[in-house]
Unconditional design. Structure first.
Length: 351
């Protein structure tokens, strides 16, 4: 107790006119030395509190980096966007970029809550790519306008509805155990979403936050998004599969589904005597031609592979038509996200 002198009681002199007592408040039993010690402890505690608050503020300001790929807690970052059409790179505010993605990935006139859910998806997808994959290092950029490398992007489609949807979810991302999730999405799951393994053939790492769930998007999607059919010449299929997988099925005359996943999607398909994965066959034939692996028909007829199925897309993560359905039912963007992503948090990481 530096700087404080406590006088032992036996050395205190008593005077009639100015009596000093060791008990200032006898009824409460508080002694002078106890009172001084209590005051000192209070002063020390207050000083420590002030120092802690000051240090917290300083550290908070210092943890607001503008460099992409770090934890942005207080400040919206600026990223580098590669334009695959012109080959140019430009700096763009993160939320402006997200608006262009949302406008390209969904109809700008859709319900605002559905667009807002897409904004959370797009924001998470971008930060996951930047933080864990280095963005698009082949172009020295954080993001790309090429859908083969990143997400769709079309700032010309941005309207007030899109801007409002992005602003209402500003800085919000999806995390599982503190890490950005792989924010997959698709047009329509055809009634049930897929696991990453069956829909994408993805087994690189565990994704416990994505499970197969019922998808109401099939109920409201337009006919072309619900059901589809396609025919591919056997010779073209052979070349495409050989190029995509390195396996040559030869001039096959038969085809069959060998295995299905939890949602009913074809995970293994036999072409003649060669077995290929469902996702690999879809990539080989073109994802717009073979719209999904949720197949109802697969056969060889008149020299062609005839295929038909339900839904549009790989079926993993959020269904866009499902988001439309839930938005129309009054669900919030966060509720939509948590329906398709299990055990996640939706966190606001910048103001």
């Amino acid at each position: 107790m530096s700087g404080i002198l406590i006088i032992p009681p036996e050395h205190i002199k008593h005077k009639k006119r100015n009596r000093v007592s060791t008990n200032v408040w006898p009824r409460e039993g508080i002694r002078v030395e106890q009172l001084n010690r209590s005051r000192l402890l209070i002063y020390i505690a207050l000083f420590a509190l002030v120092v802690a608050v000051f240090v917290g503020i300083v550290r908070g300001r210092q943890s607001s980096p503008e460099k992409a790929g770090e934890e942005f807690k207080y400040q919206e970052p600026t990223i580098t966007l590669y334009d695959h059409k012109t080959g140019e790179k430009k700096k763009i505010r993160f939320e402006d970029y997200i608006a262009g993605v949302v406008a390209a990935e969904m109809a700008p006139t859709w319900p605002r809550e559905a667009l807002a859910a897409q904004a959370i998806i797009a924001r998470t997808f971008t930060l996951h790519k930047i933080k864990y994959e280095g963005g698009v290092p082949q172009h020295g950029a954080d993001a790309s306008t090429d859908t083969e490398e990143f997400q769709a992007y079309d700032p010309g489609r941005i309207n007030d509805n899109v801007r409002a949807a992005v602003e209402m979810t500003r800085g919000k991302v999806i995390r599982y155990n503190g890490k950005y999730v792989r924010a997959w999405f698709h047009a329509n799951a055809g009634g049930k979403t897929a696991t990453p393994a069956e829909g994408l053939g993805f087994t690189k790492e565990p994704t416990p936050y994505i499970k197969s769930v019922a998808d109401p998007g099939q109920e409201i999607a337009p006919p072309e998004e619900r059901n589809w059919a396609a025919s591919f010449p056997v010779g073209g299929v052979r070349k495409a599969v050989s190029r995509e997988t390195g396996q040559d099925p030869g001039e096959f005359t038969s085809a069959a589904i060998v295995e299905r996943g939890p949602s009913g999607r074809a995970t293994k398909i036999r072409l003649g005597s060669t077995v290929v994965s469902g996702p690999a066959l879809r990539l080989a034939l073109g994802t717009e031609a073979m719209r999904s692996t949720l197949l109802d028909r697969l056969e060889v007829r008149d020299g062609a592979l005839v295929v038909s199925g339900r839904g549009h897309g790989h079926g993993v993560g959020m269904s866009q038509w499902g988001a439309y359905y839930f938005a129309r039912e009054g669900k919030s963007p966060e509720e939509i996200i948590k329906y398709y992503y299990s055990g996640v948090t939706v966190d606001k990481i910048w103001r």
